[in-house]
Design a protein around this ligand. Structure first.
Ligand code: ATP
Length: 845
């Protein structure tokens, strides 16, 4: 390789120079320590090692052990020539008094860049070039390196230069603070000097010392403008160009050529451009390394051995890489909760999947439990749950909400608070303060709860939002002590801050901020580092977003490694303990069918109080939503709303009641009163008859007669009577008419409502309007006469008024209903049972 040859030649030249002792004494021997030629041998040795480095790839730590001797050109003396070498890196820098608009300087800069990149172990030197004076032209001959990704394009504008200085300062700070890890050198080459403040920043980097890992080469220093004293540079070898085209090299810091500060007493012909073939070969080699390093793979996040770690002192996972270094983030006392921001499409889901798989691979389900909540339309967490196509699941997952309702979110938070309280009592009971000190017989896994698009929880400023805020605040405040960690992710922080004064007390508990592209809202207002991030990278900031604590991390695209992800999931699933249960799953878009309901399936004849099943509660376990129909006055069911799902709910309630009665012990009077319910009413009758129950069909007049009979006396014989009215409003004309005794059907209805339950008579009715229901029962003051209510598409305000509740948080929507039991003060959001084929779309059809 051309560069190896270049270095080889340099080494040979040194050897030759040593043979010419006079010349060597004049130059080389004095490089390290005047009058000691042994030092010269040292430098030759270093040079040879650099030459070998090109082919032997030494360890970076070994390579960067001290300043690197770098050749600038050839010194000429009366007795011959020898290479002029200066130290660079390790706290030493270079300043040339002429900027790169001079072609000799431009060529030297290019050659230095190439030499360092070629000699250093691949990937251990990052070069950043600033070229405002020539708009980047200085480095055009190195275009192949830029294209290969080994050299970023030159910064030419003031803003770009400031950004590169920001980056160099961050690099220096991180390197100074790092206690372990391989050193990485940032070579900052200024082809001309920046102005004012940026010049001061450049100068400051030369004072940052050897641990900062920054080497500055500044051309055009000191600036020639009159009157201004330039900021002094530290640890810098100065080079001056004369009119004959020779360079004069000053004394390198720590290794002076002269004893009087006059520098190398020989003119130096600066090295010219590196050979074009050498640049191309270097670009090929580094391009390959760059590609290898920049393709970060999902499997890079996984541990060598699964489930080998303990969560006693916190949870840790590799989330990506910064440069070549893996970046590890933790859920522990310092960073108990994380806040993640990123505009839509910025890779938030991918980032969360990376984190979750990384954790699930490191910690067994005895060490870690996951609660995953997603509020957006999409499939973020679907892969954690069993599906028709793939029965596997992540055994750590306890509850997974996909396209969740806010009410589901609150239910999960309540569940987490219950767990927090359980843990608090366990600690008290055992007289210990740390989870890890609890007896190990029953594992207490750390919990990570991820809430994607969490801002949805706060939308509405209603009772649900208020409860969510209170719960989140408590979990954020106390979670650290009880091993409960939150990850809140959002594409927008603004709405939340405007709404709630409590944001500080909540988000103050989230020291770890992750800003994906466009997610700067999670950082400090003065920290705009997330603006220009490319997809696949993030700012990780463990100091609540303060600019000084930024570090940029690249993370792999889990979506692009579907096969590896699926394999990992299967391996974890196979490794689960026997008897492990799949997570409780809530899919917001799914409808509920009574036939699939576990409670329904378990119903057998003979229960003491029959249960009317109407849907699934929107809670963590999707518990069956039901009403016990006992003998208390008012134990009747009203389903209200124009939505045709009302007929399905009555059907589910009726067949669930039928299942609890042996044939002959209950009779069913079915009244299809509106056309839209005919099909379902017929189907209900057919099912009841098939199960052997006595069933009669009533029209409005028949219903009127039955009510008269049922209001006067107990039902005939033993057993119960269920009167099922599909579209009660369809009978109101007949029911409101008065007979010869001035008695109306409504009078009888109201009597049945009050007395019927005592005799085993219950009414199940679907009213399409709340007003009609209210009129039929004799006004809303009688609302306790039908204590069980399922409200479908009834406006929240109207419903609140009927129920006498001021801040009822209910927004009618497809596939949801509000269950109200006036006797036990229950109000729950439910997914109402619907007959397959009668599902409602968003328009309510
Ligand atoms: N590390 C990465 N490297 C390359 N591409 C990525 C990376 N992370 C994400 N992407 C790509 O970016 C796109 C968006 O990612 P993702 O679905 O995670 O975004 P999101 O922020 O969750 O978006 P939304 O909020 O709209 O669902 C995907 O096509 C994904 O493949």
């Amino acid at each position: 390789m051309g560069l190896a040859a270049t270095f080889g030649r340099a080494v040979a030249a040194h050897r030759q120079a040593r043979a010419h002792l006079d010349a060597a004494r004049y130059g080389l021997a004095e490089i390290q320590a005047p009058a000691d030629s042994g030092e010269a041998a040292g430098i030759v040795d270093r040079l040879r090692r650099i030459g070998e480095a090109v082919s032997a790839e030494p360890e970076p730590a070994q390579f960067f052990a001290g300043p690197l001797p770098v050749r600038l050109g050839v010194a000429t003396t009366m007795d011959g020539e020898f290479p002029a070498v200066v130290p660079l890196h390790g706290g030493t820098h270079l300043a040339i008094d002429t900027d790169a608009r001079d072609r000799r300087v431009a060529a030297l800069l290019r050659t230095l860049v190439v030499r360092l990149l070629a000699a250093a172990p691949a990937g251990s030197v990052r070069v950043s070039v600033l070229d405002a004076a020539a708009l980047g032209a200085t480095f055009l001959p190195l275009r192949a390196l830029v294209d290969a990704g080994a050299l970023p394009p030159p910064a030419t504008t003031e803003a770009e230069i400031a950004a590169r200085l920001d980056e160099a300062e961050r690099h220096a700070r991180a390197a100074q603070q790092a206690t372990t890890g391989t050193p990485e050198l940032l070579l900052l080459v200024a082809a001309s000097l920046p102005d004012g403040r940026d010049l001061a920043r450049l100068a400051a980097l030369t004072h940052a010392g050897p641990t900062a890992g920054v080497c500055v080469i500044a051309a055009g220093y000191p600036p020639r403008s009159a009157g201004l004293t330039p900021p002094p540079l530290g640890g810098t070898t100065g080079v001056r160009l004369d009119h004959q085209g020779y360079a004069w090299i000053g004394d390198p810091p720590g290794h002076p050529f002269s004893s009087d500060g006059s520098g190398l007493a020989a003119p130096v012909r600066l090295d010219g451009d590196p050979p074009a073939g050498g640049v191309a070969a270097l670009a090929d080699r580094l391009g390959e390394v760059h590609r290898r390093e920049s393709t970060l793979d999902f499997t890079d996040l996984l541990p060598a051995r699964p489930w080998a770690e303990s969560s006693g002192n916190g949870l840790r996972a590799v989330i990506g890489r910064s440069g070549r270094e893996p970046v590890i983030c933790a859920f522990d006392d310092q960073t108990p909760h994380w806040l993640v921001g990123g505009r839509t499409g910025a890779g938030k889901t991918v980032f969360l999947l990376d984190v979750l798989y990384g954790l699930a691979a490191r910690y067994s389900p005895d060490e870690l439990s996951l609660y995953l909540l997603d509020f957006k339309e999409g499939v973020s967490f679907t892969e954690f749950v069993p599906t028709g196509r793939d029965p596997s699941w992540i055994p750590h997952a306890r509850a997974v909400g996909i396209e969740s309702d806010r009410e589901y979110g609150v239910a999960v938070l309540r569940e987490l608070r219950r767990e927090l309280n359980r843990r608090a009592s366990a600690l008290k009971r055992h007289g210990v303060t740390k989870l890890s000190d609890l007896p190990r017989d029953k594992p207490v896994p750390r919990i990570v709860a991820v809430i994607d698009e969490f801002h949805v929880l706060f939308a509405g400023n209603d009772a649900v939002a208020r409860e969510a805020v209170t719960l989140l605040e408590e979990l954020a405040r106390k979670g650290r002590s009880y091993g409960i960690h939150l990850v809140l992710a959002s594409q927008s922080m603004t709405g939340i801050e405007a709404l709630y004064g409590k944001t500080d007390s909540i988000f103050g508990q989230f020291p770890l901020r992750v800003a994906l592209p466009g997610g700067g809202g999670v950082l400090d207002t003065l920290n705009d580092a997330a603006g220009a991030l490319p997809i696949g990278s993030a700012i990780i900031n463990p100091a609540a977003g303060l600019a000084a604590a930024n570090s940029v991390v690249r993370f792999p695209d889990a979506h692009a490694s579907a096969a590896e992800v699926a394999q990992l999931r299967h391996e974890l699933w196979q490794a689960r303990k026997p008897g492990s249960r799949p997570p409780a799953v809530f899919k917001g878009y799914e409808s509920a069918h009574v036939e699939d309901d576990p409670t329904y399936r378990g119903l057998v004849p003979g229960g003491r109080r029959p249960l009317a099943l109407v849907g699934r509660t929107v809670d963590v376990d999707l518990t069956s939503a039901l009403f016990p129909l006992d003998a208390t006055p008012g134990r009747h069911l009203a389903v209200v709303g124009t939505s045709p799902v009302g007929a399905s709910v009555l059907h589910a309630a009726t067949i669930s009641l039928a299942r609890q009665h042996p044939p002959g012990s209950a009779r069913f009077l079915i009244a299809p009163l509106v056309a839209v319910a005919d099909e379902i009413a017929d189907a209900t009758m057919a099912e009841l008859a098939e199960a052997g129950h006595p069933v009669s069909r009533l029209d409005a007049a028949g219903l009127r007669d039955e009510l008269r009979k049922l209001s006067g006396q107990p039902a005939d014989g033993p057993g119960r009577t269920f009167l099922v009215g599909y579209g009660m409003d369809g009978a109101s004309g007949i029911l409101s008419a008065r007979d010869e005794n001035y008695k109306s059907g409504l009078d009888d209805l109201q009597a049945v409502l009050r007395q019927g339950p005592a005799y085993g008579v219950h009414l199940l009715g679907w009213w399409r309007g709340l007003r009609r229901l209210s009129d039929d029962i004799g006004g809303s003051s009688n609302r306790d006469d039908i204590a069980c209510l399922v409200a479908l598409n009834v406006p929240g305000g109207e419903l609140g008024m009927y129920l006498g509740v001021t801040d009822l948080a209910y927004t009618p929507r497809a596939n949801r209903a509000l269950l109200v039991d006036r006797h036990d003060q229950r109000t729950r959001l439910i997914v109402p049972f619907v007959r397959p084929g009668y599902e409602e779309d968003d328009e309510g059809h």
